[in-house]
Design a protein around this ligand. Structure first.
Ligand code: ZN
Length: 368
C-alpha cells in the first residue's frame, strides 16, 4: 500500500493554459495582444542569452517599443541576489504594472521568470519567499516558453534559487509560481547542444525513475511518471534522440515529469547530485548524470537502462570528478547530500543514515 509523506501540497494547481505545436511561438503576439489590455500595456521579456542573436527573428512581432527585454545569463543557476537585481531593474521602470512577463529558455530562465513575476507584485526580496506558500499576491501574468526539455520547470510550482548568504537552495513554492500560459514549440529545441539535450532530458527520466522506486507514492504522480518514462525510453532508444518526433516527445515528457514532481519525491540520485552542485558548482542536469554513474547499488535496473541510453546516443559523462577533493571536500559533499532527508527517506527508509555512512558516501562519490 502506498504511504503518504507530506509534500506540503493538498490541492494541486497545474498550468492554466498551454499551446503545444511545431511553430506555436507564432501565437505569442496574439496572446500578448489580449494581455496588453490589462496593466500598462508593457511586457517584460526574460530571454536565455543563447537566443540573443535570434530574438529579433523569433520574437519580432511580439516585442513592442515600450517592452523591457533582458537576456538571462545561464552560467550560474539562479541566486536570490541575482533575482533581486533583475527585479530592481524592472521595478524602476514600472513596478507591478506590467501586463505580462514572458520567459523563454531552459530551467534557469523559466525559474528566473517565475520568481521575477512574483516579486513585481509582492514587496521585499526573493529570500523572503523561499519556502512554502509565502507569496501572498498573485504575480504578474506569466508566460513560459521552454527551449530545453527535461527539468519540468515549465510545469512546477517552484523556482529554485540559491541564497548565497545562508547556503539555502529553495524556491518559492506557491500556487502563484505556476505559469498562467505555456507555449510549447518543439522547433525551439532543434539547436540545443547534443550533450546538453541529453543531460536535461535525463532529468525527467531520473526524477520519474526515482519516484516510482520510492515508498511514498500517489496514483496521479505515478501515472505522470510512468508516461514520462515511456516517452524518454522512446526518445533515447529509438533513432536519433534529436529528430523532430523525439524532440516533440521529450517536450511532453518534460511537462509530465514536471507535473509528477508536484506530488512526489525523488530518491538517492538528486541528493548526491545536489552535493556535486554545491561543492563543485556543477549544473543540476550534468550533476544528475554524473551521480547516475555510481547508482548501480541503489537502482540496478535504472542503472542498466541509463547505460544503454549513454551508449545509444554516444554520450560521454565526465569521470573522476571528485578525485581531487581532500577530507574537507568530502565532508562538504557528505553534508550537502545528507541534508536531503525526505528523498533519502523515500528511497532508503527512515534509517537511511545506517546505509549512507560517511565512508560509504565517500566511496560512492569516488566511484563517479
Ligand atoms: Zn531534477
Amino acid at each position: 500500500m502506498s504511504q503518504v509523506l507530506n509534500t506540503g501540497i493538498s490541492n494541486v494547481r497545474n498550468v492554466s493554459r498551454y499551446v503545444f505545436a511545431e511553430g506555436a511561438i507564432s501565437e505569442l503576439p496574439v496572446l500578448l495582444q489580449e494581455r496588453r489590455k490589462v496593466g500598462n500595456g508593457a511586457v517584460a521579456f526574460l530571454i536565455d542569452e543563447f537566443f540573443q542573436s535570434k530574438a529579433d527573428f523569433l520574437l519580432d512581432r511580439a516585442i513592442k517599443n515600450s517592452d523591457q527585454v533582458i537576456f538571462v545569463s545561464t552560467d550560474y543557476e539562479p541566486t536570490t541576489d541575482g533575482i533581486d537585481e533583475l527585479a530592481r531593474q524592472l521595478r524602476v521602470v514600472d513596478g507591478a504594472n506590467y501586463s505580462a512577463v514572458v520567459g523563454m529558455g531552459g530551467g534557469i530562465t523559466l525559474d528566473t521568470t517565475k520568481a521575477i513575476s512574483n516579486l513585481l507584485t509582492n514587496p521585499g526580496d526573493a529570500a523572503d519567499y523561499q519556502g512554502w506558500d509565502l507569496v501572498k499576491i498573485p504575480g504578474v501574468f506569466k508566460i513560459g516558453i521552454p527551449t530545453l526539455s527535461g527539468t519540468g520547470a515549465e510545469a512546477t510550482r517552484t523556482c529554485v534559487m540559491t541564497n548565497k548568504a545562508t547556503g539555502l537552495k529553495l524556491g518559492m513554492n506557491s500556487d502563484y509560481t505556476v505559469f498562467d500560459q505555456l507555449i510549447m514549440d518543439p522547433n525551439l529545441t532543434a539547436t540545443v547542444d547534443r550533450n546538453q539535450y541529453f543531460y536535461s532530458g535525463m532529468d525527467a527520466w531520473i526524477h520519474c525513475m526515482e519516484s516510482l522506486s520510492g515508498t511514498y507514492r500517489n496514483s496521479i504522480g505515478d501515472a505522470y511518471s510512468v508516461q514520462a518514462i515511456n516517452l524518454c525510453r522512446q526518445v533515447f532508444s529509438e533513432g536519433d534522440m534529436m529528430m523532430n518526433k523525439n524532440r516533440e516527445k521529450l517536450m511532453v515528457a518534460s511537462y509530465l515529469g514536471g507535473c509528477a514532481i508536484a506530488t512526489s519525491y525523488v530518491g538517492v540520485v538528486h541528493p548526491f547530485s545536489a552535493g556535486l552542485s554545491v561543492v563543485l558548482g556543477l549544473h543540476h542536469c550534468l550533476a544528475n548524470c554524473i551521480a547516475m554513474t555510481a547508482m548501480e547499488p541503489f537502482y540496478p535496473e535504472g542503472y542498466a537502462e541509463y547505460s544503454t541510453f549513454l551508449e545509444n546516443n554516444d554520450i560521454k559523462i565526465p569521470r573522476d570528478v571528485c578525485s581531487h577533493l581532500n577530507d574537507a571536500g568530502h565532508r562538504a559533499l557528505y553534508e550537502s547530500t545528507m541534508v536531503h532527508e525526505k528523498p533519502l527517506t523515500n528511497a532508503l527508509g527512515e534509517k537511511f543514515r545506517k546505509t549512507l555512512t560517511p565512508d560509504r558516501v565517500r566511496e560512492i562519490f569516488e566511484a563517479m
